[in-house]
Every structure is written in structure tokens, then in C-alpha cells.
Design a binder for this molecule. Structure first.
Ligand code: IPD
Ligand code: CA
Ligand code: CA
Length: 266
């Protein structure tokens, strides 16, 4: 419990840490992990399910009148100006392969706009969080986006489409645009929420991906904006929570990328 944080943020942090403990218990005996298929290249494990149960219990106990949308169990029927978005385990493919790049992501929207977010990497014990107007933190220390202002020297994170093919053409065009601009480097780390936390903390200069869901990006988008970054969709509209197409970077780099994309694809 941190007195500098709102009760909602303290609750979300508590939920994320409890979920992280469950996730790490499963990670320590991966050979016994039960994994189920939800669709082509789309998996859910017991770890995702158990983590989601504890997160929902914690959030509902503290805020019974808030709506909750969680990846594995969907939305409750509550009408509220507040809505939690829960990804109990972002980076499931990494997790089931024993690749230690995964996180819990919990975001809260008020009237459809992100107001707080928590992203917790239980393997590295790194907790990123932010509240509107209060800045962003990693393990209680202020974080800032990088000051890289040119695509030429930028290290980007991104997501390669692997479930549906519909975004692959658009994705290839974006990738080609940045490669043709001879950008610094490109990484596919495999957990979108953590990619956003890495933009917020300056580890990545920018990140883009298509077709994400609100539980992947609500927490990360407020953490990026509170760390001085800019978030939009790749046409520079603010509709990224609905479209799921996201570009996050500091404002100068963001403008550089949008200008290059406009010239080449839009
Ligand atoms: C996925 C990861 C991945 C991204 C996918 C997401 P999940 O989330 O964030 O990096 O490329 O689009 O769906 O399924 O592991 O929670
Ligand atoms: Ca996810
Ligand atoms: Ca997930």
C-alpha cells in the first residue's frame, strides 16, 4: 500500500502482484502446465485463468460497481462510467515456451478514457504504473520516454500478426517504410503491454502493432502518455482503443514516423 497512490491504483497493484505470484508458480513447473487452444495460434493456459480469477476477485471486492472486461472471461453486465481492462497474462506464447517476457496488465478507463494502468513483469519483478496527471513510475522511480527524435537511430518494438492474416499486408508496408528509412533496429519481444511499458521507460524508442485489444493497451497507453510519450493509431487518430492499431513514441519520433507512413501508405 503506497499512500501516494489512489485507492484504485493500490487495488490494481495488489491484484497484479497476487496474479504475478500465481503466474510464477506455474512458470516454475511449466512441464505440467495445461494449455488449451482458443483458435489458430491462440492459447490459454491454467496460469492465465487462475491469474484472471484472483485479479477479478480483488477488483470486484474493492469496486463492485465498476464494469470489468477481462481477456479470458469477457465483460460483466454492470453499467458504469468506470471500466477495468484486464489481461491476466500478456505474452502467453512466450510464457508457454519458457521465454521470460510476459506481464500482467490492468488498466482503468473513466468514460472510455484511460485513467490508470499497472503492468507487472513478475519474472523481472518490474512494476510499471501511472495515473492521469501524476506521471509514470517503474518500481516507484519516475520514468520518461527516450529523447530519440529520428527514425534513423530509433529502436522500435512491434508485433508481427500471427493469428489473422488480415493485417499482414498493412504490417509489411509499415515495416518496409521503417526499414527503407534505415531505422536503428526493430524488436519483436512478444508482449504488447510490456512493449508499451518499455517505450514509457525509454528502453524502446517506439512501438507499433495492429489489431490489439483494449486489455493489451489501456494500461500501457496511460503509462506511455504519463511518461511524456504520445499514443495514437497509425493514422494519427485518437481512436486506437477501438481500432487496436497503435503507435507509441515520444512526440518528435511519433511525428517522424507518421510523416513517413503518410508519404508511403496512407
Ligand atoms: C498478445 C501479445 C503479443 C501480441 C498479440 C497479443 P496475449 O497477447 O501481446 O505480443 O502480438 O497481438 O494478443 O495473447 O499473449 O495476451
Ligand atoms: Ca495480450
Ligand atoms: Ca493474455
Amino acid at each position: 500500500m503506497n499512500n501516494n497512490y489512489s485507492p484504485q491504483l493500490n487495488t490494481a497493484i495488489s491484484a497484479a502482484i497476487q496474479a504475478g505470484k500465481i503466474i510464477m508458480r506455474f512458470y516454475s513447473r511449466l512441464e505440467n502446465l495445461k494449455v488449451m487452444s482458443k483458435g489458430h495460434n491462440d492459447y490459454v493456459s491454467e496460469a492465465d485463468q487462475q491469474a484472471e480469477i484472483i485479479i477479478k476477485e480483488t477488483l470486484i471486492k474493492a469496486y463492485p460497481a465498476y464494469k470489468i472486461t477481462a481477456e479470458e472471461s469477457g465483460s460483466n453486465d454492470i453499467e458504469s462510467e468506470y471500466e477495468w481492462f484486464v489481461d491476466p497474462l500478456d505474452g502467453t506464447t512466450n510464457f508457454i515456451h519458457g521465454i521470460p517476457q510476459f506481464a500482467v496488465s490492468i488498466g482503468l478507463c473513466k468514460e472510455g478514457k484511460p485513467v490508470l494502468g499497472v503492468i507487472y513483469d513478475p519474472f523481472k519483478n518490474e512494476l510499471f504504473c501511472a495515473e492521469k496527471g501524476k506521471g509514470a513510475l517503474m518500481n516507484d522511480k519516475k520514468i520518461r520516454v527516450s529523447n530519440c527524435n529520428s527514425v534513423k537511430s530509433a529502436v522500435f518494438g512491434m508485433g508481427i500478426p500471427y493469428r489473422k492474416q488480415d493485417h499482414s499486408g498493412h504490417y509489411i508496408d509499415t515495416l518496409r517504410t521503417l526499414m527503407d528509412a534505415r531505422c536503428g533496429s526493430i524488436r519483436r519481444l512478444g508482449a504488447a503491454a510490456l512493449d508499451l511499458a518499455y517505450v514509457a521507460s525509454g528502453r524502446l524508442d517506439g512501438f507499433w502493432e495492429f489489431n490489439l485489444k483494449p486489455w493489451d493497451i489501456v494500461a500501457g497507453s496511460i503509462i506511455v502518455s504519463e511518461s511524456g510519450g504520445h499514443v495514437s493509431d497509425i493514422e494519427n487518430s485518437e481512436d486506437y482503443l477501438n481500432s487496436g492499431n497503435i503507435l507509441a513514441a515520444n512526440i518528435n519520433l511519433h511525428q517522424d514516423v507518421i510523416a513517413k507512413l503518410k508519404k508511403n501508405l496512407l
